[in-house]
Design a protein around this ligand. Sequence first.
Ligand code: CAA
Length: 271
Amino acid sequence: MAEAQAQQRGGYTDDGPATAEGGVRFEVDGEIATITLARPEKRNAQTFATWSALARIGESLPEQVRVVVVKGEGPSFSAGIDLRMFTAEGVPGQGSFGSAARSDGADFEQRIRQAQAGFLWLRRPEIVSIAAVQGHAIGAGFQLALACDLRIVADDVSFCMKEPALGLVPDLTGTKPLVELVGLAKAIDICLTARTVHADEAMRIGLAERVVAGGDLDQAIGEKVAQLLSTNRDAAVATKRLLQGAQARTLEEQSVAEGIEQAARIRALFG
Ligand code: CAA
């Protein structure tokens, strides 16, 4: 993957002041898309512009993409929300939480929904998303990692759901995947203490699929991408759809769903 030439680049870091604040780089190489949080000097802190940039990538993702890698440049994956959002001045051109909250309540909820759109598309059945996480993944950073299907982490990773310590709730779509991954009791423990989860625990409780030395993270991601691309594309999409629906269905309903998907596969392959 490292040698591959990027065929398409989305210059979200340099196409205007608002998106520059977003600090998101986007590259497509055939079936692989890579999203890079690219404000390492600010530990990839996220703003409304970051979430808009993520949402736009989701809206315009080329159809051929099968795997989306989400990574952060520098020592941290992401230090979470840009703390300037909590100040009176806010982030230039984007305001602050204070100014947004003083606006009509329904508008503010709509703004949160827009921010969440930047995270939700990463679960689409048509793609598999992988978070490559090193260093800090705090608050919105933790939730961005949780928005992905898989997490491969460096051994220096530290996840922290800091929102409750700041008087907030995790609202960037992270609560459901966290509960599904680690169970309710562990999710309560992690969120309501705002404690740090390091690599060994992340692996043990199912937050991480694999832990590698920091210098090996790119290679580990490349290996996983190659494995994911080795299976049949349409079968992968149908299987992810099945797996995603499994928890909400009874065994009987899931069996029916399997049959429907398989009949479609067999018709496509042999019909
Ligand atoms: N927002 C804005 N700037 C940030 C930032 C953030 N979240 N995190 C780090 N930075 C900036 C620092 O201010 C510093 O900038 P300057 O060089 O201009 O001073 C630069 O990034 C480097 O930071 P540090 O020197 O602190 O770097 P470090 O490697 O020693 O520590 C860190 C890294 C532990 C992540 C530490 O910076 C930190 O604790 N940051 C704040 C984390 C935080 O509380 N995030 C909010 C989470 S809650 C959330 O995300 C809410 C939500 O979704 C609704």
